[in-house]
Design a protein around this ligand. Structure first.
Ligand code: SAH
Length: 245
């Protein structure tokens, strides 16, 4: 593939075959409905196809790469190549699995978009900057894990050195596997308010919960000096529900 790299699209292609195989080995079923975001030059895509998906949608923003992907993958009837920006694309399908190695500056936005889909993907295998992966799996609550953990159980599978990419990025990466919870911790009609609530708490994370709740004029049984980050997620949700009742 001889497409000029575009910095603005955060293009760092995974070139280490061993890592590609390790990622693909996390797919443990065939006949899945799969979405790959930012397939790039298709190094993961080729191997996903070996896993015999029922359907594989590829969403890639770069038109030049889409042309190349079309040439390579047009022989497969179950592959749909879509030239779009994932952040603007209206995701309507019901996916069993999302696979992606995306630019890190949009990690958070894409992840929230996926977790808030009408029918959320059952599983996701996503590559993130190592620091972001650690934040997502941190025992302490923060602005991002407090929302994503309402829908998914998250495991760090392995770390990936920056030397596995071309061009070599500045940061190391991690592969995370997301498994949809049997029952989401918050209901659809609570999501919007919950996001506002956690945003408020974590944008003042140095203040105690007592102070923050007082500002909202809320009396809570969790009226102690602890900070929001030290709560368990179900405690945070309980307090949220009190504030909304
Ligand atoms: N998955 C490939 C490419 C990773 S580079 C690999 O692992 O080698 C990131 C890819 O995401 C690039 O192909 C880039 O063009 C694409 N991309 C960047 N922003 C995007 C967006 N908003 N929507 C869809 N694709 C995007």
């Amino acid at each position: 593939m001889h497409v000029k790299l575009k910095k603005k699209y955060g293009q760092n292609f995974l070139i280490d075959k061993n890592i590609v195989n390790k990622i693909i080995n996390l797919i443990n079923q065939d006949k899945l409905n799969i979405l790959e975001i930012g397939p790039g030059n298709g190094s993961l895509t080729k191997k996903i196809i070996n896993k015999k998906p029922k359907n594989l949608d590829l969403i890639e923003i770069d038109k030049d790469l889409v042309d190349e992907l079309n040439k390579t993958f047009c022989v497969y009837k179950f592959v749909n190549i879509i030239n779009a920006n994932i952040l603007k694309y209206d995701l309507k399908k019901n996916y069993d699995l999302v696979v992606s190695n995306l630019p890190y500056n949009i990690s958070s936005q894409v992840l929230v978009k996926l977790a808030l889909m009408n029918i959320i993907p059952k599983q996701m295998i996503l590559m993130f900057q190592k620091e972001f992966a650690i934040k997502l799996t941190d025992k302490k609550l923060n602005a991002i894990n407090s929302i994503i953990n309402c829908f998914y159980k998250i495991d760090i599978k392995f770390h990936v050195s920056k030397n596995c990419f071309k061009p070599i990025p500045k940061v190391n990466s991690s592969i995370l596997k997301f498994e949809k919870l049997n029952k989401s911790l918050i209901r659809k009609n609570e999501i919007e308010d919950f996001i506002k609530f956690k945003r408020y708490l974590f944008s003042h994370k140095r203040k105690s919960l007592k102070t923050l709740l007082k500002k909202l004029k809320i009396k809570s049984e969790f009226n102690s000096d602890i900070r929001a980050e030290s709560l368990k997620l179900n405690e945070l949700i309980k307090i949220f529900r009190e504030t909304n009742s």
